[in-house]
Design a protein around this ligand. Structure first.
Ligand code: MG
Length: 165
């Protein structure tokens, strides 16, 4: 059985992952409006990934005999100053998700909840990848600056992303 504290933390995380999914879907909409379909595709895949993360937590809570309670999701930001602005915000969001997962891990360690610690390991590794890929794209966008050709090429590249998780 999950402790009440851990169950609450995992439920919060489910809502958090859905909020991330929603945030990235809003970013996909922004890029669609900017006629950058590759960027839009990248965020759409990212949005789907976050939904899959939420369901991983959903399944885990149920597997442990806990009860899932879903929370409210805030309206996401819909407008961005530039592609770079959107990616910088995506990175900040991922850093917050990382901190939230680390906090649950700390809680699980305090409670000697080894199963939860083990389950969270996948997420801890996943967050390293999430932050790395967002940061890489930020660096590329900075390199390109406002160059249209560069943006076009990066859009083509991001359009090749497949749903891998
Ligand atoms: Mg996630």
């Amino acid at each position: 059985m999950l402790s009440e504290k851990i169950q609450q933390a995992l439920n919060r995380q489910i809502t958090y992952e859905y909020a991330a999914s929603y945030t990235y879907l809003a970013m996909a909409a922004y890029f669609e409006s900017r006629s950058l379909p590759g960027f839009a595709h990248w965020f759409r895949v990212q949005s789907e990934e976050e939904r899959a993360h939420a369901l991983r937590f959903f399944d885990y809570v149920n597997d442990r005999g806990g009860r899932v309670y879903l929370g409210a999701i805030d309206e996401p930001q819909n407008e961005f100053a530039s592609p770079l602005d959107a990616f910088e915000q995506a990175l900040v969001h991922e850093q917050r998700v990382t901190a939230a997962i680390h906090a649950i891990y700390t809680l699980a360690a305090q409670e000697n909840d080894y199963a939860t610690m083990s389950m969270l390991k996948w997420f801890i590794d996943e967050q390293v990848e999430e932050e790395k890929s967002a940061d890489e794209i930020i660096q590329h966008l900075k390199l390109i600056s406002n160059d249209g050709v560069g943006l076009f090429i990066l859009d083509r590249k991001l359009g090749e992303r497949t749903g891998d998780k």
